[in-house]
Design a protein around this ligand. Sequence first.
Ligand code: AMP
Ligand code: MG
Length: 396
Amino acid sequence: MISLEEARSIVAARAPGPPAAVEVALAECLGLTLAEEVASDLDLPPFDASAMDGYAVRAQDVSVAPAALRVVGESRAGKPFSGRLLAGTAVSIMTGAALPEGADAVVMVERTQRDGDFVRVLDTARKGENLRRRGEDLREGEVVLRPGTPIRPQEMGVLAAVGRARVRALPRPRVAILSTGDELVPPDLRPGPGQIRESNSFSLLGQALRAEAQPLRLGVARDDRAEIRARIEEGLRADLLLLTGGVSVGAYDFVAEALGALGVERHFHGVSMKPGRPVWFGTRGETAVFGLPGNPVSAFVGFEVLARVAIEKRQGRAPRDPFHHGRFGGGRVKKNPRLQLVPAVTSCSPGGGSEVRALEWSSSGDLIELARANALLSVPPETVPEEGAVVRFLEI
Ligand code: AMP
Ligand code: MG
C-alpha cells in the first residue's frame, strides 16, 4: 500500500489544474486566486498628504522655535486649501488632507498653541516631517499583485486602491458531496434501530467552505448499485466529487465498482494511514473523485490530507506542505504499522514554538474527540513519540 506522501504526490500530479479565469466583481473575490497581473493606475498616495492633524508650514519659518505664524486657511480631507503658502503663514491641516503648495512640513497640533489668527509652533520642524509623499507607497504603472496570488482581505483593499472594481480570477472549485449508506438519516430525524445520523456531508461542507471552494450537498445514496451510479453521474459534473462510505470491501460497498463502471480512472485505492486507509482517488476528464471512508474521522482526515491537495491545485495555488513542527506534549499514542493522524491539541509552549498533545481517541468513529481537537498529530509508522520530541502536525 502506498504512503500518504506518495498519495499526496499522485493527487498533485493527477488532479485537474485550474479552469479558465473569469471576471469577478471585487466584492465577490475573497478566497479566489488572482489570474492577472495588476498594476496601479495612479501614484499612491496620489498627492503629498499630511500624516497628522496639525499645521502645514514652511520648515524654514520654524527653524527657530517657538515661532508665531499667521493661520491663513484650512486643508481638510477631500477639501484642499486652494492658495499658496507664503512666508510666515500656516494652514490648519487634517490627517490625509493635501499639503498646500509652498508648504514642506507639518507640525502636529499637540506641539502648537492657537491664539486667534496666529499659531505658536513650539518645536522646530524639518523639511518633509509628518508628510506622506505622493507615490511613496506605489508608483503609477507599478505591478502590485501577480497572478496566482490568493485574494485575502488585504488584497481586496489593494485592488480597490488601484482602481480595480473587477478582476480576473479563477472560479471557486465546485465540490459535490455525496454520502452513501442505508443506515443514514438526516439530522432532523431521530434514528430508528440500526440507523445513525448522517454527519459527514456537513463536516465536509464546512471543510470545503474553509478551503474556499463552493460545496454542494447531493444528499444520501442508498447502498444500491443503480442508485449510487446515478448519483455519482450527477456529481461528476462538479470539479470535485467527494463520496463517503462504501469504499471498503464489505458486501454492500459499491462505490469503487460504480466509479469504475462510469469511466473514472483510478489512481489509487488504499493509503497506509490511520484513519482513512480505504480512501479511493481517481479522475474523469476535469473532475477529481475521492471515495472517503464512512467513518466520520476518516472522512474528515481524508479531506484534510488528500482532497485539499486537489482543491488547491484547481485553485491554481502553489503546492505547500501543510504540516508544522512542534514538540510532543504527551498523551497516549499506540504504535501502529501505518502512519497515524491523531486528533490533538496544539498550543503555544512557554518556551516558544508549539506544543502538541494527543487526545485520548477510541476509534475512527469518534467525532466527539475530533471536536475537541485543533490539530492532527502525525505519527510515523512503528513509532511512538517521546515527550519533548519534535513532531509534525496539521492545524484543523
Ligand atoms: P462505511 O465506510 O460505509 O463502511 O461506513 C463506516 C462507518 O461510518 C459506519 O459505522 C457508518 O455507519 C458510518 N458512516 C458512513 N457514512 C456516514 C455519514 N455520512 N455520516 C456519519 N457516519 C457515517
Ligand atoms: Mg456504508
